[in-house]
Design a protein around this ligand. Structure first.
Ligand code: HEM
Length: 227
């Protein structure tokens, strides 16, 4: 089997971050619109009053989620990471800090913002669970790499990124909800938003297992040293 890298494996390596960035563009676009509204002082309505009452958490949330989504995507470029170790480390620290800010401001807004229409107890609980899950995953991503457990580090950072990108999948499940549910309410909202996080974590576990199996296979393919 030819083990040399070929142009198609290079394009596949870049396909993942490019796809992740395109995927996260929709919530980031909504974020840019919200920032514009806050900066230009748009009319205050029941839909945006909570953001005007306390703009700092949502502004930090939107800016840090843009950094986390963009920079985090490049952390998953496969290939010879040793060549890019300096970049991976520097971008990794910025991603970790921005990811923690996303999770912490998400939790803060869940706990202290006035509830939006159709935002009930189940969504409140789901946001607490997944927001905390994102923070814990980033923490475990740091402790594993300090123990030089590269596969463990990769797995926890993929999980953190998957939870963060729930915001993008929620745009799609929100569209599905409006097509499938005639009368949207707090329960349908929570179920469709929660489904987005479950889908992302399922894809993350699939990617983690695939990578682990690939590494194990590559390891077993190395010929045993001759006696
Ligand atoms: C990279 C990932 C994320 C992106 C891109 C993102 C994006 C956004 C944006 C653009 C808003 C403003 C929504 C608006 O203007 O109506 C927002 C609000 C919010 N986000 Fe995130 N978010 C992310 C991750 C998370 C996570 C993990 C949580 C978990 C707790 C979370 C919880 C919230 C909450 C509670 C609000 C306020 C919702 C409201 O009151 O309507 N976000 N997010």
């Amino acid at each position: 089997m030819n083990t040399k890298s070929n142009p198609s494996s290079v394009s596949i390596a870049w396909f993942v971050p490019a796809g992740l960035i395109v995927f996260s563009a929709l919530p980031l676009l909504f974020g840019a619109l919200r920032l514009n509204e806050l900066i230009t002082g748009a009319a205050i309505t029941p839909a945006n009053a909570r953001f005007f009452a306390s703009p700092l958490p949502v502004v930090v949330h939107i800016v840090s989620s843009a950094v986390f989504a963009m920079l985090g995507a490049f952390q998953f470029v496969t290939g010879d990471r040793r060549r890019w170790l300096g970049w991976h480390r520097a971008a990794g620290w910025v991603s970790v800090i921005s990811g923690l800010l996303v999770g912490l401001t998400g939790l803060w807004m869940t706990l202290f913002y006035a509830r939006a229409a159709n935002s009930g107890d189940l969504l409140f609980a789901l946001r607490l669970v997944f927001g905390s899950g994102m923070i814990v995953s980033i923490g475990l991503g740091l402790t594993t790499i300090r123990r030089r457990d590269v596969l463990g580090h990769r797995a926890w950072m993929i999980r953190a990124y998957a939870i963060g990108l729930g915001a993008a999948t929620q745009v799609l499940t929100g569209i599905a909800e409006s097509l499938l549910v005639s009368q949207r309410d707090a329960l349908s909202n929570a179920l469709f938003m929660g489904t987005a996080w479950v889908i992302n974590l399922a894809v993350a576990e699939w990617a983690i297992r695939r990578q682990t199996a690939h590494r194990a296979h590559a390891g077993s393919a190395v010929p045993a040293p001759s006696k």
